[in-house]
Write a protein that binds this ligand. Structure first.
Ligand code: GDG
Length: 496
């Protein structure tokens, strides 16, 4: 699905595959869990492009060539023609700490999720000191090195907001798109960000900035205006620092055919047998305070407390692969969840029944699909989430009608209106939705499920990529005609 005659250069912080130490010290290739990997893999497979990312695996650099490149997926069963190039970047530990754990995840992440009190602004220096800016420069340099005229550069997410400007400075004619995977908050939250102008100037050099929802796009436009951009609200364009960009909403979808069609070899029956209970509820989230895990567990507890007759008939499986383990807040939350779950299981569990099954690790994708299929209810209740792919994957994986309980603060709730939509901070409401889900008449379940499946099938990953890339091409054409027709503000060449 290439948009132009050239190749794709996809750029993200997280790599799609890492290499770890296997048996006999041999490096073993593993898929990295995460929204972006799942989202982008099919396109990379089909287009044979270059993916530039940080190499995080312990054996990552033992398999790369001197330029940091390796062909992935590096599995013996994958033929060479189905692989693409992954270029791994290496950062000194101190730089990565400042960039990733510092500016990106202790400042940008909380502010963009409207948790400004969780933002550690003492870490403001991490923008400069071997941190966000120099790391963005390193990504930009790798792009410039890989670039050939006609290529499409597709940058992903909040770690790399300065990259469009840094690349544009060197490649004025390049087609550059950026997709922003997290919410764009209102000015009241965004405005608290140190370097808010630099972030917007960095982004303004992209031809197109995609976000999941219209209201995120509107928030971005308003924030740009507040820092002095000229706005064309109707056309969703703004001009800042001599750069002119288009903003649009592109709700990310999932690879429906993959989730629908993957053969799980009946593993779901084994999972159900293991828990020996009539109804399984499933939560799947990267560990993060935005995902609302303690609130979800509290709501499940409420449900169990309020419905003694249903005890031993319902089990919650909470699958939580760890993430950002080096950040203190994440460690604190993890131990709180452990305490919460063990206290509850100790109070209500019996010899035959453990109400909450908590797993602090990920499983391979096929097993995850089997878990989706084993579950009767998908419980997806983030406090705030740009999109949330788990909700869509749960729908895509299940041909059999199920129940989806979904937070109204997940971006996906705008499309998946036939789910039982809940306020994740209201335990009574979530507990009530669980009860409703368990009792839902077959006909209603089928009716809702049919509509959900249709949306996830039609608004899927290829259609998302196609519409973003089509608009990107148009935006580039427009910019190549008009880019230098705004003489009143002389562009400052270079972010310093
Ligand atoms: C960000 C935004 C936005 C989870 N556990 C396992 C596993 N996963 C995969 C899921 C899903 C992905 O991780 C999680 O994606 P989400 O969308 O739910 O959330 P984030 O990681 O926070 O992603 C989010 C997304 O970017 C895309 O734009 O939707 O709002 O925060 O794909 O399947 N995969 C495997 N094993 C697991 O145990 N294999």
């Amino acid at each position: 699905m290439k948009s132009a005659e050239g190749k794709f250069i996809v750029v993200s912080n997280a790599e799609p595959y890492k290499h770890e130490e296997g048996k006999d010290d041999e490096p073993v290739c593993k898929e990295v869990e995460g929204g972006l990997t799942t989202a982008m893999n099919p396109q990379m497979r089909d287009s044979g492009g270059v993916w530039i990312a940080y190499g995080r695996g312990e054996k990552d650099f033992s398999v790369t060539d001197p330029d940091g490149k390796v062909k992935v997926p590096d599995y013996p069963e994958i033929p060479e023609e189905d692989k693409y190039t992954l270029k791994r970047l290496n950062f000194p530990d101190s730089q990565y700490r400042n960039f990733y754990r510092g500016y990106a995840n202790r400042i940008l992440w909380p502010i963009f999720h409207s948790f400004p009190t969780k933002a550690d602004l003492r870490k403001e220096y991490t923008y400069w000191n071997e941190g966000y800016l120099p790391s963005n420069k390193k990504y930009a340099k790798a792009i410039i090195h890989a670039y050939q005229p006609g290529d499409t550069v597709w940058v992903h997410d909040y770690h790399l907001a300065l990259v469009p400007k840094l690349v544009r400075n060197e490649l004025p004619e390049a087609e550059i798109g950026l997709f922003w995977h997290i919410p764009w908050p209102p000015w009241e939250s965004f405005g608290k960000l140190p370097h808010r102008e630099e972030i917007l100037k960095g982004l303004a050099a992209a031809d197109l900035i995609g976000l999941h929802l219209e209201n995120y796009a509107d928030n971005l436009l308003e924030c740009a205006e507040r820092v002095g951009a000229d706005l064309d609200r109707g056309a969703k364009r703004f001009q800042l620092d001599g750069e002119d960009t288009q903003v649009g909403a592109y709700p990310l979808g999932v690879d429906y055919r993959f989730f629908d069609g993957t053969d799980t070899e009946g593993k779901e029956a084994d999972i159900r047998a293991k828990y020996n209970c009539d109804n399984l509820i499933l939560g799947v989230d990267r560990q993060d305070y935005t995902k609302g895990i303690p609130e979800r567990i509290r709501a499940f507890e409420k449900f169990i407390e309020d419905n003694p007759g249903l005890r031993e008939e319902v089990t919650l499986i909470q699958r939580t692969p760890p993430s950002r383990t080096g950040i203190e807040e994440y460690q604190v939350e993890k131990s709180k969840i452990n305490d919460q779950v063990s206290e509850f299981n100790g109070k209500f569990g019996t010899h035959d029944w453990t109400p909450i099954q908590l797993f602090w690790k990920g499983v391979p994708q096929r097993e995850l699909i089997a878990e989706y299929r084993a579950a009767d209810i998908g419980l997806v209740t983030p406090g705030l989430d740009g999109m949330n792919l788990v909700a869509k994957e749960f729908v895509a994986a299940n041909e059999e009608p199920k129940v989806l309980i979904l937070s109204e603060f997940a971006g996906s709730s705008r499309q998946l209106e036939e789910a039982l939509l809940v306020n994740p901070y209201d335990p009574d409401q979530v507990a009530e939705a669980i009860k409703e889900g368990l009792r839902m008449p077959r006909e209603e379940k089928e009716r809702r499920w049919r509509r959900l499946r249709k949306k996830v099938r039609t608004e899927d990953l290829p259609s998302w990529a196609e519409s973003f890339l089509k608009d990107l091409e148009n935006a580039r054409q427009l910019h190549s005609m008009t880019r230098f027709s705004f003489p009143e503000s002389e562009p400052e060449r270079g972010l310093s």
